[in-house]
Design a protein. Structure first.
Lengths: 188, 212
């Protein structure tokens, strides 16, 4: 009984094994049929909170704005652009190592104040005061300058314009009072 | 929808106007409105064509500081713009802002653009700011433009920048002593580079402030 059952089992196993060893032949159109079926299936997307927000944002709707509100919005945009451009500008200052200290001197014994004005301080009269360096009315200030050519002049006692007598004159005095020129060499 | 469209149009126009006004250099607010517009146009043109716009702003600010009338400020800035453009044409597109400003000064004083081009050739790959400035400074001191250009060109191949400044001082000293300007320039050229004493310090040592 047991031997006969063993024989039967061995035979079945052998046939199953032989069947499994046979090469499987698939229908050549199977891939296309499967893909067509998949394509026809409905699309399921997970709808979370983000999806609902996106859907809300994309839904067209009519927005009613009064002309006054529109003008207010325009004024707001204009103010933002103006402030950003006005105060967002950063000055490009060359590194201190690229600047050459230049000493400006003027002998003005009777002067109460002497200011240096020029291209390097935007011609601002109060930006660069000279100091009395010694007795006898010698006024001096040292300014670090990047390579370039600068026009400048002195303003004595807040009203009298005077060129630097020890420096080359500016090419023209088209504004009525002459200026001087300083050139700082080097590469820029 | 018409109201909405009108508001959107107003917002766009206001934004454009604000951007235009805000893009202008705030220093130009020192000028009166008409002068400011004229100068801003020139500054924009300079920026668009790669010219040093800062020089134009500086010239306008100089005019304001000296309380010059508006037409004179506009004329000065316009002339400078033209001179900068001529200097760039003569020196080439690679010229730096200081080179263009010095070249514009030389041209303004009567130096020919051809002399600038010649200097560029003679001192290729070297900064020209000092040489061009000496050319302009000598002319401003009374040396005829042709003589000043010829002197600088004659020395262009042999002088360093500090020697060019010493050359200029030598000419100025001779002029102050009474030598006619043209003769002072030519005699300094004949002396040559060896006779020019400079205040250049030893490389690596601290440098004292220099004088203009």
């Amino acid at each position: 009984m047991f031997e006969r059952d063993d024989d039967t089992l061995t035979d079945v196993t052998a046939r199953v094994a032989a069947s499994l060893k046979k090469a499987v032949r698939l229908d050549p159109a199977l891939d296309a049929r499967v893909m067509a079926h998949v394509t026809a299936l409905p699309v399921h997307r997970p709808v979370g909170s983000l999806g609902r927000v996106w859907s809300w944002l994309r839904r067209p709707r009519t927005l009613a704005v009064s002309p006054l509100a529109g003008l207010a919005a325009a004024a707001g945009i204009a103010a933002i652009v103006f402030v950003a451009a006005r105060f967002g500008r950063t000055a490009v200052t060359p590194p201190a190592g690229d600047r050459t200290p230049v000493e400006f001197l003027l002998v003005a014994p009777r002067a109460a104040s002497v200011m240096l004005v020029g291209d390097f301080n935007d011609w601002t009269a109060s930006a660069t005061p000279l100091h009395t360096a010694a007795a006898g009315g010698l006024w001096a200030v040292t300014v670090p300058l990047a390579p370039g050519r600068y026009r400048y002049a002195f303003v004595v006692d807040g009203k009298r314009w005077q060129p630097d007598p020890s420096a080359p004159p500016a090419p023209d005095d088209e504004f009525g009072s002459p200026s001087s020129v300083v050139t700082v060499g080097g590469t820029l | 929808m018409t109201a909405l469209r009108t508001a959107a149009l107003a917002a766009g126009l206001a934004g454009l106007l604000a951007a235009r006004v805000a893009g202008q250099d705030p220093r130009l607010e020192r000028l009166d409105p008409d002068t400011r517009i004229a100068v801003a146009v020139l500054v924009d043109s300079a920026r668009a064509s790669g010219l040093p716009a800062e020089a134009l702003i500086d010239r306008a600010l100089e005019g304001v500081a000296k309380q010059a009338p508006a037409p004179r400020i506009i004329a000065a800035v316009t002339t400078l713009f033209a001179n900068l453009r001529d200097a760039r044409a003569a020196l080439g597109a690679s010229a730096t802002a200081p080179e263009l400003e010095a070249g514009a000064s030389a041209i303004h004083l009567g130096v020919s653009p051809a002399a600038l081009t010649r200097l560029r050739v003679l001192r290729a790959r070297q900064p020209l700011t000092i040489a061009l400035s000496v050319m302009a400074d000598l002319t401003a001191r009374g040396v005829p433009a042709d003589s000043a250009a010829a002197a600088v060109l004659a020395l262009a191949g042999s002088l360093r920048d500090d020697q060019f400044l010493a050359f200029r001082r030598s000419v100025e000293r001779d002029i102050e002593l009474g030598t006619p300007a043209a003769a002072a320039a030519s005699s300094s050229v004949r002396l040559g580079a060896g006779a020019l004493t400079t205040d250049a310090s030893t490389p690596g040592s601290p440098r004292p402030p220099r004088r203009p």
